[in-house]
Design a protein around this ligand. Structure first.
Ligand code: ADP
Length: 333
């Protein structure tokens, strides 16, 4: 188990991590998610031993790692530039880490073919890296990282250089591979879809602190702050004052803004939301419809799965189910 407690990390006068606590259980896949500059890479680099902590403790199974060197930690790292040897073969690249650990040759050969099968590279062993596509190179880098069976495998935006289609495929494969192997993983990304597809637990970071963490389903069901809702791509985030003035439902208790989930609306003659359809976009199994309420209320996006789909210019009256009304704290930036 990885335990981070009271961690602070600085670059001269920049504080990149402020007093952060995080525990990762064995076999868990944790994604650090957040905008550029929020401290994700720094956190990962401190765990790897590439940066020093200014305060706090990082430990593995109760052993303080402060004095354990990078290569003695038994952790694996995979970055966006895969740092493969371009002129060497796939096999030689995958064997690299095992050779560093001075494993016997027959053991290395067996492990290399085992991991090639795991990542779907059978038959490619003799090719050089230069003869592979970006996606295949990514698999080689993954095979090399998992070959020594690291206690913890860390990834820093490993798919950033690939196109979205390829990323979506690889992230699902990666999830299956890590889960099958039972690998403990810490994965850095600024892409929420990637984090949600991969993680058992998502740690959303902001300015060197944890903003919110939970399973993808928990975060999706209940973003607690305006920042979390915005970063996760929620729409219809309305200040409480405005919502009240519009006569829209506002949950009890302390809240600065309200999120109205686009999926929660339905037509109702007595509904509190009134507006005119100003655009509609087809999205496969539903339409995204923008309604413009009477001034000064803000526009709302709603997902329409019912028939007939409202026409442009049509007046709508809508209600929303209580579960789709989410209170969030924090003000707009
Ligand atoms: P992220 O990975 O979320 O993009 P980083 O961990 O790279 O964020 O950066 C966190 C903060 O530390 C940022 O303010 C960044 O500018 C600063 N920082 C990162 N690396 C360095 C460095 N080598 N020297 C000085 N400041 C740095």
């Amino acid at each position: 188990m990885l335990e981070i407690s009271g961690l602070k990390a600085c670059y001269e006068d920049v504080v990149a991590i402020h007093h952060l606590d995080l525990t990762i259980e064995k076999g868990e896949i944790v994604c650090l998610l957040g905008p550029s500059g929020c401290g994700k890479s720094t956190l990962l680099r401190v765990v790897a031993g590439l940066e020093k902590a200014a305060a706090g403790v990082v430990s593995w199974d109760d052993e303080d790692l402060a004095r354990v060197r990078v290569h003695s930690r038994g952790f694996g790292l995979m970055f966006q530039d895969y740092a493969l040897f371009p002129h060497r073969t796939v096999e030689a690249n995958i064997a690299f880490g095992l050779e560093m650990h001075r494993r016997p040759k027959p053991e290395i050969a067996a492990r290399v073919s085992e991991v090639m099968a795991i990542v779907g590279l059978e038959g490619y062993g003799d090719r050089t890296i230069g003869q592979l596509s970006g996606g295949q190179q990514q698999r080689v880098a993954l095979a090399r990282a998992i070959a020594p069976s690291p206690k913890l495998l860390m990834f820093d935006e490993p798919l950033g250089a690939l196109d979205r289609n390829m990323r979506e495929r690889l992230v699902i494969e990666l999830h299956d591979i890590l889960t099958t192997l039972g690998t403990t993983a810490l994965y850095v990304t600024h892409d929420q879809e990637e984090a949600f597809a991969l993680a058992d637990r998502v740690v959303l970071m902001r300015d060197g602190r944890i903003e919110q963490m939970g399973s993808p389903a928990e975060l999706w069901a209940r973003p607690r702050t305006r920042f979390a809702a915005e970063f996760l791509g929620f729409r219809n985030i309305i200040d409480v004052q405005t919502a009240k003035e519009c006569g829209w439902p506002v949950p009890e208790g302390e809240t600065d803004a309200v999120v109205y989930r686009p999926d929660g609306f339905e037509e109702s003659e007595t509904g509190a939301f009134k507006g005119v359809v100003v655009s509609r976009t087809y999205r496969g199994d539903h339409f995204v419809v923008r309604i413009s309420p009477t001034d000064p209320a803000p526009d709302l996006l709603i997902h329409v799965r019912w028939q007939p789909v409202p026409e442009l210019g049509q007046e709508l009256r809508l209600t929303i189910d209580a579960e789709s009304v989410i209170p969030v704290v924090g003000n707009a930036e």
